[in-house]
Design a protein around this ligand. Structure first.
Ligand SMILES: N[C@@H](CCC(=O)N[C@@H](CS)C(=O)NCC(=O)O)C(=O)O
Length: 190
């Protein structure tokens, strides 16, 4: 199995954490620079992660996780867990939009509908996820918890979110921070 991604992507990190105990090759690409041609060859959606398993290519972290879970004979996620992933992905996609916009020279703090919508989505999903953490819904280190960890640590790493009022998310992150595979995939050092 080959995983194509980058060390800084939160979507790739979740798959690296999921595959932690398995044998696979990790290809680290700079998708906005010299790795872009390789990305074009592998995935016309031009996004990471993607997985190559023999003749089968799999795009999108959510589908990769489902593919892997089926291969391992694991139970599918519950509908509530699917909803958790949808909230995590919604916050993550909006945070990626804010980052790419500011890297494009746009002031994302301006009072513009497009950026207000992203900020509102991030705030509401993060508050909901923090309440779920408080309820103990992310107590187990499973795929939704891995995805939440990757989101929280990445938005903190990129300085994209004010954690006031959602401190539970940082406590959740800090609780798992010293796990060996988690620190091995830290975007600040890997
Ligand atoms: N829904 C996708 C999202 C993946 C995604 O947005 N990856 C980012 C890197 S963090 C990317 O490849 N962005 C490229 C772009 O937006 O041009 C997944 O879950 O795999």
């Amino acid at each position: 199995m080959k995983l194509i991604g980058s060390t800084t992507s939160p979507y790739v990190r979740r798959i690296r954490l999921l595959l932690a105990d398995n044998d696979y090759e990790f290809v680290n690409l700079d998708i906005y620079g010299e790795g872009r041609d390789e990305l074009r060859r592998h995935n016309p959606a031009l996004k990471i992660p993607m997985l190559i398993d023999g003749d089968q290519e799999v795009y999108d972290s959510r589908v990769i996780a489902r593919y892997f879970s089926e291969q391992q004979g694991l139970s599918p996620l519950t509908w509530d867990q699917e909803n958790q992933l949808t909230l995590i992905d919604a916050a993550n996609d909006s945070a990626v939009i804010l980052l790419l916009s500011s890297r494009s020279g746009i002031d994302t703090s301006e009072n513009l509908m497009f950026f207000n919508l992203q900020r509102e989505r991030i705030m509401l999903t993060m508050r909901t996820l923090a309440a779920m953490v408080d309820e103990g819904l992310f107590h187990e280190w499973n795929y939704p918890a891995i995805c939440l960890y990757s989101l929280v640590d990445w938005v903190d790493f990129r300085g994209l979110v004010d954690f006031t009022g959602v401190e539970s998310l940082l406590s959740f992150r800090d609780h798992h921070r010293d796990n060996a595979v988690v620190s091995r995939t830290d975007p600040r050092t890997s």
